[in-house]
Design a protein around this ligand. Structure first.
Ligand SMILES: [Zn+2]
Length: 453
């Protein structure tokens, strides 16, 4: 006779898993990403009409799954907003070159608002009289140090690396506005302009139309199954907000995090029908992650107040499963982590311990078991590929394979969850894992427990 405790819920079987896999729809995943990344939702920055419309659409999706849907609003202060397309040009005394917003030049988060273009001679921070000049900040000089040289300057020009597609990706969380306009120039442009500045006779003209807006953010929750007494309650989370479009610059946020939302919604659809009796299941689609994970901070606080103890699995980026998926564990997650490791091995999705700096950390720091999964960020915070493609057929063909690379990969990620949850709820081997199987960190260590299926 086995000495293991008898589970109060029926363990999953291979047949259960096969049935779950058979129900998975890669088309559904792709369609969800395409809709979230579409023009109508304008990149889903917190507080924008596109964000609100995306949430309403997702609420409909959760209702269609049979979820009891609820929302929770909270204020967000000082969200950066580029309110008109920035312009910038420079000349070396003989020729003038316009700079392209997003690639060559972008307002820095620390920039003061400069609504109309300001023209001035070019100079170098720390060299000569700054008055009235646009000052190039040498690579290696901090913004703080540059401010010390910027008395009376027209503005500061910082160098910035661009991504593989040539974009200066957008961040919303960062420094507060300072006393002068600050622009970032791609390293290549910064080099060229710096050379001209040292020669003299070069001028720069630009605006920096960036302001801060106070908005209301709203989380979306869906309860699909109530847990039985003493039974596990799984909470799947993903943020639905993005950094948002700029004027003239689409930033669709397909990978970050349309893909994670798609995976969570599809996994919820499958799991709501196939979880063992007694296991609870809910979904939180979170707002305001891009401005500092405020949606999850809000939700984690609320959950802690109610005494809930969900097992949280957060997905941020599910766009590139060709490489290993990064997994970060927080809170008392050893057991869940070991189960995920086992599931990854079973399904052939390689997992590595890696930073997943996302909403999972808010739940973990509130004391909950929380795993973050990050599996790829093509076009991170930029207009890369998706933004230059029209929605519809072209988007589907050329972009979505990057996010849902292959049917079997989509299947695998959801299978991982299916396994995690079925193992968790089966009550098998939990202590064994905790004792003997710290996460293998992709080392190839085999977890030596033979599940009884
Ligand atoms: Zn994200």
């Amino acid at each position: 006779m086995s000495a293991r405790p008898s589970p109060t819920v029926r363990p999953a079987t291979v047949a259960d898993l096969d049935a779950a896999l058979g129900a998975l729809s890669a088309d559904q995943l792709a369609a969800t990403v395409a809709t979230l990344a579409g023009d109508a939702f304008t990149g889903r920055r917190v507080g924008t009409p596109g964000n609100i419309a995306a949430r309403a659409w997702l609420a409909g999706r959760l209702s269609d799954l049979g979820a009891a849907v609820a929302t929770e609003a909270f204020p967000v202060r000082a969200v950066p907003d580029i309110y008109t397309a920035p312009t910038a040009r420079w000349d070396d005394g003989t020729t003038t070159a316009d700079l392209s917003f997003g690639r060559d030049v972008a307002p820095h988060l620390a920039s003061a608002d400069l609504p109309t273009p300001r023209r001035g001679p070019l100079g170098v921070a720390g060299a000569g009289d700054p008055a009235g000049r646009w000052l190039l900040v040498p690579a290696g000089m901090s913004l703080f140090d540059a401010y010390g040289h910027a008395e009376g300057a027209a503005g500061l020009l910082l160098p910035r690396h661009v991504d593989a597609h040539g974009w200066q990706f957008t961040m919303l969380a960062g420094p507060n506005p300072g006393p002068v306009p600050v622009l970032t120039l791609s390293s290549e442009i910064h080099d060229a302009v710096s050379k001209a500045a040292w020669v003299g006779a070069a001028c720069f003209a630009a605006d920096a139309p960036i302001r801060r807006v106070d908005v209301t953010a709203t989380n979306l929750y869906g309860r699909l199954r109530q847990p039985g007494p003493g039974q596990p309650d799984v909470l799947l989370t993903a943020h639905f907000d993005g950094v948002g479009d700029h004027p003239g610059l689409r930033q669709p946020g397909a990978a970050d995090n349309g893909s994670g939302v798609a995976v969570v919604v599809e996994a919820a659809r499958i799991l709501s029908a196939t979880l063992p009796d007694g296991a609870g299941l809910s979904v939180a689609l979170l707002d305001a992650e891009e401005v500092g994970a405020l949606g999850s901070a809000h939700h984690a606080t609320r959950l802690a107040e109610t005494g809930a103890a969900p097992l949280v699995i957060n997905v941020d980026g599910a766009g590139h499963l060709r490489q290993a998926a990064a997994v970060e564990a927080g809170g008392p997650a050893h057991g869940l982590l070991a189960l995920l490791d086992q599931a990854g091995r079973h399904t052939g999705v390689p997992l590595v311990a890696g930073p997943v700096a996302s909403d999972n950390r808010r739940y973990a720091s509130a004391g909950f078991t929380a795993l973050g999964i990050g599996a790829g960020m093509a076009g991170y915070h930029s207009p890369a590929v998706p933004g230059r493609e029209p929605p519809g057929a072209a988007l589907r063909c050329s972009v979505l394979p990057r996010f849902c690379p292959a049917d079997h990969e989509s299947r695998s990620l959801s299978l991982v969850w299916r396994e995690v949850i079925s193992r968790t709820t089966s009550g098998l081997c939990w202590h064994h894992y905790c004792r003997h199987s710290p996460f293998g960190v992709g080392s190839g260590a085999i977890i030596g427990c033979d599940f009884q299926r």
